[in-house]
Design a protein around this ligand. Structure first.
Ligand code: XBP
Ligand code: MG
Length: 256
């Protein structure tokens, strides 16, 4: 049986609630700046989230709402430009401190480090978004707390493909059985499971109703000692908040 050696965190929706008031707003700013009347409402963005990756999401939107635009010459470059503008707006928002970490994340990272667990990130989002979020929330050494940051276009196929988790595992030189993934979405669970990882899910408003088949446990967050997490599926929590001892126990249970 492999002992737990590393935690691999998703970013969007798991470390921070970035989608509704972060990425979505940044997409809309980029569209407006380009003189486009495209505007993604909270509900419409929820539908578009089934496609991971910002460039892929713009393309999906066009295929559904403006199919003629996809036929225009130079559309690939246009999407790349819009997405670069979106990243600029998103990073600027993060730098104002607009988006905090989710409750319990900082505590769990501190505990994991104190107990000698290795930390990594496997995310679909653009690398500079990860750096900006970690610096804004954890300080200038925030990104360096993660031994590996696997992000964005470093793999050709984004979640739900397993590639980004496999990339992180290879970079850490660890087998999947020695690691645990922390995710918020069905796409993320499928990606992690596809890479052979056990997964613990913390849901948010966009993902609560999704199917997390294959996850070890589904909770409404990591919780804090004075603000308990709620288990939505899986074993009872032995303490009010998700801590390293609990993650070790759940991981060991899945290995046996
Ligand atoms: C995150 C995403 C990303 C972000 C936008 O998914 O799907 O596309 O919404 O990031 P996950 P970019 O949490 O499953 O990794 O615009 O930088 O692609
Ligand atoms: Mg996510």
């Amino acid at each position: 049986m492999k002992q737990l050696q590393a935690l691999i965190f998703d970013v969007d929706g798991t470390l921070a609630d970035t989608e509704r008031d972060g990425h979505r707003v940044a997409f809309n700013k980029a569209f407006a700046e380009a003189g486009l009347d495209w505007d993604w409402s909270v509900a419409r963005y929820g539908e578009l989230l089934r496609v991971t990756g910002g460039k892929e999401r713009i393309r999906q939107y066009l295929s559904e709402d403006h199919p003629e635009a996809l036929e225009a010459p130079g559309i690939d470059a246009r999407i790349r430009e819009l997405h670069a503008a979106k990243t600029r707006h998103y990073v600027a928002m993060l730098q104002t401190g607009a988006i905090p970490l989710r409750p319990g994340v900082r505590r769990l990272l501190d505990e994991a480090e104190a107990e000698g667990l290795r930390l990594a990130i496997a995310t679909t989002t653009t690398p500079e978004n990860v750096t900006a979020l970690l610096e804004a929330t954890l300080g200038s050494d925030g990104p360096y707390r993660f031994e590996v940051i696997s992000a964005g276009d470093v793999v050709p196929a984004k979640k739900p493909a397993p590639d980004i988790f496999t990339h992180a595992l290879e970079a850490m030189n660890l087998p999947a059985s020695a690691c645990l993934a922390l995710e918020d979405s069905d796409n993320g669970v499928r990606a992690a499971r596809g890479a052979g990882l056990e997964v613990v899910v913390t849901t948010n408003d966009y993902t609560r109703q999704q199917d997390f088949d294959g996850a070890l446990a589904v909770l409404d967050g990591f919780g804090e000692p004075d603000a308990p997490a709620r288990v939505l599926a899986g074993p009872a929590l032995p303490s009010p908040a998700v801590d390293v001892a609990t993650l070790r126990a759940w991981h060991a249970g899945a290995q046996s």
